[in-house]
Design a protein around this ligand. Structure first.
Ligand SMILES: NC(=O)c1ccc[n+]([C@@H]2O[C@H](COP(=O)([O-])OP(=O)(O)OC[C@H]3O[C@@H](n4cnc5c(N)ncnc54)[C@H](OP(=O)(O)O)[C@@H]3O)[C@@H](O)[C@H]2O)c1
Length: 316
């Protein structure tokens, strides 16, 4: 499997990342109802079998359960795995020590001494300044507990500021993890993609399948009802589903030429942007296998453009 370096010459990872928000999360994803620990372990193994070794988690996912599962599965892994996790800038976390303590707890749950990437989950840090936050992260790079620093949900300006503070400590900003898919292209219109390229920051695209919409399995003319919080999301209601029909139909049409599914085409479109690694959220081994089918081939330049034109409405 080819690898990509995060940021400027950072950690080498696979061109697809496996998202683990749903691993133990009852609140949004309804964990424990139609999937459980066994499915997750099989999903983990399927990723490794397919050569995908990059996983994204966060301390808040399943209030720590996602990291715990990964830690358990990692113990049985027979090859090196790259783990990205996230620090939550919660209101009561006001000093640099909070970063240190949160990282200690994450490392404990993950049963490792170092993570490959440690990201700030969102930009608003309440009473902690970005200066304090970035310096605390730089300290952890120096102490060897994290290999690379990332941010998430940062605007172009916030990303630039974080990059500058870290640069003073000789630490590169490796990634900005943002919502990005054919149905969420605001990062393009808001200059985040362009600024990341300029700064040498890799984009990790979260919700690359628009939480399942781009698989085409949720449609106005069938009875597939999403689980969990998506039930109240207007995008999953008949009107929302009808709006995306032309996009799904184009994904199918293009996919048919390659013997690929809409999900695989949607992930491939992100990869074709360059400097972008999609983080596909999965619950089962089957989903892993299908999503890995987004690798090893490429849409033509014309097809990339055609998809861009069909999703102009999602730029804003
Ligand atoms: N930094 C942040 O603020 C942030 C925010 C959100 C997510 N993330 C990260 O990004 C990851 C991915 O985002 P996401 O989970 O929101 O959305 P996503 O990857 O767009 O969609 C994931 C969901 O789509 C369905 N799915 C996935 N692959 C499929 C396949 N091949 N066939 C059919 N259905 C499939 C599954 O749900 P069903 O089977 O139930 O439909 C799965 O849970 C997360 O796990 C997390 O690591 C980060």
């Amino acid at each position: 499997m080819e690898t990509i370096r995060l940021g400027q010459n950072g950690v080498a990872v696979t061109p697809l990342c496996i998202g683990t928000w749903a691993w133990g999360d009852k609140l949004f994803w309804n964990y424990g109802n139609n999937y459980g620990a066994e499915e997750l372990e099989n999903a983990f193994k399927a990723a490794l079998d397919a050569g995908v070794t990059f996983f994204d988690t966060a301390e808040v996912y399943g209030t720590g359960l996602s990291e715990k599962y990964l830690g358990e599965f990692l113990k049985q892994a027979n090859k090196p795995v790259q783990i990205a996790t996230k620090y939550a800038p919660l209101p009561w976390r006001v000093t640099g020590t909070a970063v240190k303590d949160a990282l200690t707890a994450s490392l404990h749950r993950l049963r490792v001494e170092q993570v490959d990437l440690y990201q700030v989950h969102w930009s608003f840090a309440f009473l902690m300044s970005q200066h304090t936050l970035m310096n605390a992260l730089a300290d952890e790079v120096q102490s060897g507990r994290i290999r690379a620093v990332g941010v998430s949900n940062y605007t172009a300006e916030q990303m630039r500021e974080a990059q500058q503070i870290l640069a003073r400590r000789g630490v590169p900003l490796a990634v900005n993890q943002v919502r990005y898919s054919l149905l969420s292209r605001q990062v393009e219109s808001k200059g985040i993609i362009e600024t990341a390229r300029e700064l040498g920051v890799t984009i990790l695209a979260y919700s690359p399948l628009a939480q399942g919409l781009l698989t085409g399995k949720y449609a106005a003319n069938n009875n597939t009802i999403p689980t969990g919080a998506r039930k109240v999301d207007p995008r999953f209601r008949p009107e929302g589903l009808r709006k995306i029909e032309p996009v799904i139909s184009l994904l199918r049409q293009i996919g048919d030429k390659y013997g690929r599914t809409p999900a695989q085409v949607a992930l491939n479109w992100l990869i074709c942007q360059g400097n972008v690694i999609p983080i596909a959220g999965v619950k089962t081994a089957q989903q892993v296998v299908q999503n890995v089918g987004a690798l090893g081939w490429r849409l033509s330049h014309e097809e990339v453009t055609e998809l861009e034109l069909a999703t102009r409405d999602w730029l804003n």
